[in-house]
Design a protein around this ligand. Structure first.
Ligand SMILES: *Cc1c(COP(=O)(O)O)cnc(C)c1O
Length: 379
């Protein structure tokens, strides 16, 4: 089955009870047993629920993996992965990670005796300098947020396999439409399904997909034992969102390209960060591992003025000033005062998050309306 068919049918069968074509919302905690231990595959909804089960099969199908798991948020999914580790274990992670991932690693799991190394991974051979006998996991995010750096997943996977280390990839920005980390050699794919997979800014959810049965069994055990599951109503909403993932992503990519090119030619704009430009330092890798370049675009203005950047985001009328990304509507954010405000100025500037940086999650509205909105806000 090709991707565009999988988004509609992957893991989906008409409901066995009444033949409903769309998976019903099984709003139930428990399931009848005819005699103790004899039931139709479901006992208790933390352990498994038919609506969530359908979604988990859909996640696995879209990432071309064997096993899918759904969680109450993206961070709950990441949390389950870190619970595979033990005190003393070490993790090597991308240095410009999603802020919440960084917070989970440093503020929660460092206290449990897990050590994290945060490094730039554009040059993958640097990773080997941090590998030792305690290294258990490499955590990659690509493209990164908000600088749109690209990390070579296959090259990292050659290193992780050589040292027998798990490789996890946060695939939130790319989605399986653009990039399939398992096929590139990753062991675990993670999503904040809150973003493009749900796609309508109305549900918070996380996902994991893996191929290896032993890893899957451990994760299912953690999912049930720790209990960070999603509810059936949310599972239904994401199942519904997935059915248009391919058409949404196609439009996100078209609009993202048009806006990146518009900004790149604008006299007041200094830098535009979008992996589709030939001048992007990792453009060739992006072209190899992604089908297209996505709908996320960041830019800075000439003169790098903090107040001017704030004025631009305030003046936008169609782009909404808000955190998050990946919904049908266009959003704009100012990392220095919003998502990355807690990082000291000198620290954030090291990774390129300067005062005038603006991040756009380009939605699927009319392209010319979006360009006109940017035009008037920048003027
Ligand atoms: C939003 C996000 C997360 C966290 O997901 P939640 O659903 O908000 O818990 C993790 N990684 C990336 C790249 C994200 O954008």
């Amino acid at each position: 089955m090709k991707f565009n068919t999988k988004v509609i049918h992957g893991g989906q069968e008409p409901d066995p009870a009444y033949g409903a074509v769309m998976t019903p919302i099984y709003q139930t905690t428990t399931y009848v047993q005819s005699t103790p231990g004899v039931h139709k595959g479901y006992e208790y909804s933390r352990t498994q629920n038919p609506t969530r089960h359908a979604l988990e099969k859909a996640f696995a199908s879209l990432e071309s993996g064997n096993y899918g798991l759904a969680f109450g948020s993206g961070l709950a999914a990441i949390d389950a992965v870190i619970k595979l580790l033990k005190p003393g274990d070490e993790v090597i992670a991308t240095n410009d990670l999603y802020g919440g991932t960084y917070r989970l690693f440093t503020k929660i799991y460092e206290d449990f005796g897990i050590k994290f190394h945060f490094i730039g991974m554009q040059n993958v051979t640097d990773i080997e300098n941090y590998i030792n006998s305690k290294t258990r996991l490499i955590w990659v995010e690509t493209p990164t947020n908000p600088m749109m750096n690209i990390i070579d997943i296959s090259a990292v996977s050659l290193i992780s396999k050589r040292h027998n280390i798990l490789l996890a990839v946060d695939n939130t920005f790319a989605t399986p439409y653009l990039q399939q980390p398992l096929a590139l050699g990753a062991d675990i794919v993670m999503h904040s399904a809150t973003k493009y997979l749900g796609g309508h800014s109305d549900v918070v959810m996380g996902a994991l997909v893996v191929n290896d049965k032993a890893v899957a069994d451990q994760l299912y055990f953690i999912q049930n034992a720790s209990g960070a599951i999603c509810g059936p109503q949310d599972a239904f909403l994401v199942l519904r969102g997935l059915k248009t993932l391919h058409v949404r992503m196609q439009r996100h990519c078209e609009n993202g390209k048009a806006i990146a090119e518009y900004l790149n030619n604008h006299p007041k704009i200094e830098n535009v960060y979008w992996p589709g430009f030939k001048s992007h330092p990792n453009h060739e890798i992006a072209k190899f591992q992604m089908v297209d370049f996505g709908g996320m675009v960041s830019f800075t203005t000439k003169g790098n003025n903090y107040k001017e950047a704030i004025r631009i985001v305030e003046n936008l009328k169609i782009f909404t000033l808000a955190e998050s990304l990946g919904g049908v509507e266009s959003l704009a954010g100012h990392p220095a005062s919003m998502t990355h405000a807690s990082i000291p100025k000198e620290e954030r500037e090291k990774t390129g998050i300067v005062d005038s940086l603006i991040r756009l999650s380009v939605g699927i509205e009319d392209q010319q309306d979006l360009i006109n909105d940017l035009k008037q806000a920048i003027a």
